[in-house]
Ligand binder design. Structure first.
Ligand SMILES: C[S@@+](CC[C@H](N)C(=O)[O-])C[C@H]1O[C@@H](n2cnc3c(N)ncnc32)[C@H](O)[C@@H]1O
Length: 293
């Protein structure tokens, strides 16, 4: 008799990965929660369940990312649907979300306690992918209106579905196009933003990691600029002052060794209060700068 327990005991997958795949199958086949892995571990499983398990187990053994197999990934305070058309959101990108939330909180504080003039808060997420940054910010800060862009139609479709699932469609708008040029495709977009966040493709074209591990399965245009790694970052930094309110903040994610080049680019573009930021692993992973008032 094949049971959940015997599948877990016999699989060649790491146990935590096998549990994630089995929890997904329990949910879609039997509408059972993840805890059934403990409470129903002696349950005999059906042929259909077994067949699908064997298929997903093999795809994982062939290297496909777990998030694509189960179609979702947790990010910050939300769960996002993901598929092969979008980058799988990474934990290090939560740093950018926290920087953004702190900035919005600071603006609200100044409005409430220093009697600064009140205006509706606006944020732009360039290269939104699954909608990760835009939707995580909108979930945790109900006062902000977000515009999210991407050059990939496939990514925007997934991002829009995520917005609907998270009931954020009224505060998050999406538009297709090349960085800031996408804003021309949405008539209701604010002209200037309090905050611009972006995690653009920043892996150098020649980087051997692109042909290894999970990266082999993700869209190349979400990972690399097909150049030095700095092309997209430079375009975003150079265009930001024209789209920020005075005093507004730009924060970008970059590669672990790109901090000096990105900080220099922010200075060249005319930003003030330029700062590097470390991720939880201790890498300089993001940089921010403020538009002069
Ligand atoms: C590293 S992924 C980040 C996705 C998402 N923001 C996240 O953090 O999970 C970069 C995203 O930028 C998009 N992108 C690439 N080139 C672009 C361009 N020229 N204009 C707008 N978006 C672009 C890609 O399609 C991809 O979704």
């Amino acid at each position: 008799m094949t049971t959940l327990r015997s599948l877990l005991n016999e699989t060649s997958l790491p146990k935590h990965e096998a549990r994630m795949v089995l929890a997904h199958l329990l949910e879609i086949h039997l509408q059972l929660p993840k805890s059934a892995l403990l409470t129903h571990d002696g349950m005999e499983i059906s042929d259909a369940f077994l067949e699908e398990w064997q298929l997903l187990e093999q795809r994982r053994l062939d290297g496909e990312p777990i998030a694509y197999l189960i179609g979702k990934r947790g990010f910050h305070a939300i769960e996002l649907m993901v598929g092969p058309g979008v980058l799988i959101p990474r934990p290090e990108t939560e740093l950018l979300v926290d920087l953004g939330l702190d900035e919005l909180q600071l603006i609200i504080y100044k409005q409430n306690t220093l009697n600064e003039s009140e205006h509706s808060l606006t944020m732009l997420d360039l290269g939104t992918g699954s909608g990760a940054i835009a939707l995580a910010i909108a979930t945790s800060q109900s006062k902000v209106r977000v515009v999210a862009t991407d050059a990939s139609q496939a990514a925007l479709e997934i991002a829009q579905q995520n917005a609907v699932r998270l009931k954020l469609s009224d505060r998050v708008s999406f538009c297709l196009g090349n960085w800031y040029a996408a804003l021309q495709n949405i008539s209701s977009a604010p002209r200037h933003f309090d905050l611009i966040l972006s995690n653009p493709p920043y892996i150098e074209a020649e980087d051997s990691h692109l042909s290894q591990g999970d990266l082999r399965f993700e869209p190349p245009s979400a990972l690399t600029d097909f150049g030095s790694g700095l092309t997209c970052l430079t375009a975003i930094i150079d265009g930001a002052l024209a789209h920020l309110k005075p005093g507004g903040l730009l924060a970008v994610e970059h590669g672990f060794d790109q901090s000096p080049a990105v900080l220099e680019q922010l200075a060249l573009a005319g930003f003030q209060d330029i700062r590097p930021h470390r991720d939880l692993a201790g890498h300089w992973r993001a940089a921010s700068g403020r538009k002069p008032i």
